[in-house]
Design a protein around this ligand. Sequence first.
Ligand code: ADP
Ligand code: MG
Length: 503
Amino acid sequence: MLLRLEGIRKHFGGVIALKNGNLSVDAGEVHLLLGENGAGKSTLMKIVAGMYQPDGGEIVWKGGKAGFRRPAEAARMGIAMVHQESLLAPHLSVAENIFLGREQRMPLGWVNRGRMLEAARRLIEEHRFPLHADWRVEKLSPAGKQLVEICRAIQHGSSLLIFDEPTSSLSETETQAVFRIVRMLRDRKMGVIYITHRLEELRSVGDRVTILRDGETVHSGPLEAITTQRIIQHMVGREIGAIYQRQPLEPGEELLRVEGLTRKPALEDISLSVRAGEIVGLAGLVGAGRTELCRALFGLDTVDAGTVKIAGRIVRVRSPREAVAEGVALIPEDRQKTGLATALPVGYNLTITDIGKVSRFGFFLDHAAEKRLAAEFASRLRIRCESPRQLAGRLSGGNQQKVVIAKWLVRGARVFLFDEPTRGIDVGAKTEVYEVMDELARSGAAILMVSSELAELLQVADRILVMRRGRVTGELPGRTTQEEVMRLATLHEGGATIAGEQE
Ligand code: ADP
Ligand code: MG
């Protein structure tokens, strides 16, 4: 047994992050650590890596009782962690980062750059990693940065490597590359703990699984012996219905039609159409042009050529204001930054896009009308909040998303552009978001939905358009397979985009 954690407890002020964390990992095993946001996964691993001190419980490392007071101490004992946010030194090279804190020094304390570069090169070559020792880390893609952290762990002879949600910012090809490396580390008898909340990726990488809920280990066992449905139940702590599958409906009139839309160099000759009642998925790798397409349709970016028709009428949308006037809504990827005023009350958020509807004489806010509207949409979308005066930032992820949607309904939008609507939302709440989108479609909206989670697009979309390098490379029916979508998304693509933008 490499590592055993027993009854680990940890609190931060009044917040109990862990009340009973248990987990054990063998050498040559990939151990999945699962749980909803806030379950305590990162905290438990930071305790193992010496970043936090536990309040209680036992850590057994290679057969002896242990406890690491500092990350450097854990690192010396052979424990390495690839963090959610990169901790590398951005302005230094790959080689320098691999040796950071353990530079090869010459007698007078000078760093021996030549030897370092040489050792880094050998390591990269031996593992055939798509990296160069002298590349600058700040220019690497997220996947490239992870590779550097993995190189660090290998170079320093770590026996346990912890990944904290490594693929949340990676494209599908990059994710596959990380999996290959994880399997390689396992074959070399390293222990790997792998945190993820993307359930569709579990089976391709794990041996055993531990599930945390509210700071407590609620299940531990071999991955083969448990169904995904059971895993979800353990994570959310209640029975949830069968995996969501939307019932398609008969589409109505064509609400959005795009022809030959071009914005150099991001978008090239895009044509598509979405009818009332339809949810059309936009799949593709990061950088394929999906977000750019949403921005162009919402008037945030100008276009070089092409036409856009809303409900059969050609429109020229040159600003978000004009898009809103045409009934187009954008729910951006980062709703906390751009879609929701988290520090303001729910009621205010619901009405802020259209003060006209709740003001008398143009400038006095009519609180009664605001309350009525907010209440109407809060109940239509089943927004769970204590009162319209509750701060939007206090709602759960799924309910925040509903507030953003309701806000557009107040404004009378009919064409909805959703950019990664469930990113960062828990499994339980995701289904709620799908249901709201379905309800929107049923009430006559046309929906274009960007998502990097293929499983989600297959569950929700009527049709899936696949984009690659600014073009639509294919269209698939909603009930297609992940493999088929991947084939179109990566066509002639070759390797991953580890290098980023090296000059
Ligand atoms: P997970 O990684 O499973 O999403 P975390 O371990 O990050 O969960 O968090 C568990 C709980 O502890 C959450 O309620 C979180 O808000 C809290 N928490 C984590 N780190 C800190 C910290 N440094 N200070 C205060 N609270 C924290
Ligand atoms: Mg975490």
